[in-house]
Ligand binder design. Sequence first.
Ligand code: ADP
Length: 182
Amino acid sequence: MKKHLLFLGAPGAGKGTQAELLSQSNSYLHLSTGELLRKEIEKDSILGRQVKDIINRGELVSDELVLELVRQKLYKGNNGWILDGYPRNLSQANSLSKVLNEINQPLEIVFYLDIPEEVLIHRLLLRGRKDDTEETIRTRVDIYKKTTEPLIQYFKDLSLLEYIDADRDLKTISSEIKQKMA
Ligand code: ADP
C-alpha cells in the first residue's frame, strides 16, 4: 500500500475531500497548505496576518512560507502522508523533492483530479468559503492554469501520475483512488 501521496487538481476538484477521507481511514497525515494557512488566519497569528489579504485575493503566498509549513509537519514522525494543495508551482515541486530526499520518504503516487472548468466554478460558488467569490475564483483558476497545471506533465515524466475523473460522485472516486494505491 502506498504511503506517500499527493493530490493535484484545480481548486474545487475535490482534493481536500478525498484527501481527508483517505487520511482518516489510513491514519495518514493530511497536509493541506490551504487549511494550515486558514488556521493561522483564524488564530490571528503573525503568519495569519501576513497571508490574509493574499489569500482573500486568491493569489499564492510565498514559496518560502509554505515550504516552511510543510517541512515542519513532514519532519515529525508519521504513518504516511497526503499532500493537498502543495506543490502549486515548479519551484515548490523542486523544494518538496529536496525535503523528501532529506527525510528519505519519496513520493509514490500523484492523483490528478480532473474536472471541467464549468463544474469547478459551480462547486466553488456553492461552497462559499471566504475566498470563493466570483472574482477570487477567477484569479485562482487563472493562477492554477498558469502555474500549477505544468505540474501534471512534471509528475507524468516521473511516472507518478494517476488520472482520476473527478466529475463523478464522491464514493466512486474514493474507491478508484483506493484501488490505485493498493
Ligand atoms: P483551493 O485549492 O480550493 O484553491 P486551498 O485551500 O488549497 O484551496 O488554498 C487556498 C489558498 O491558500 C490559495 O488560494 C492560496 O492563496 C493559499 N495557498 C494554499 N496552498 C498554497 C501553496 N502551496 N502555495 C502558495 N499559496 C498557497
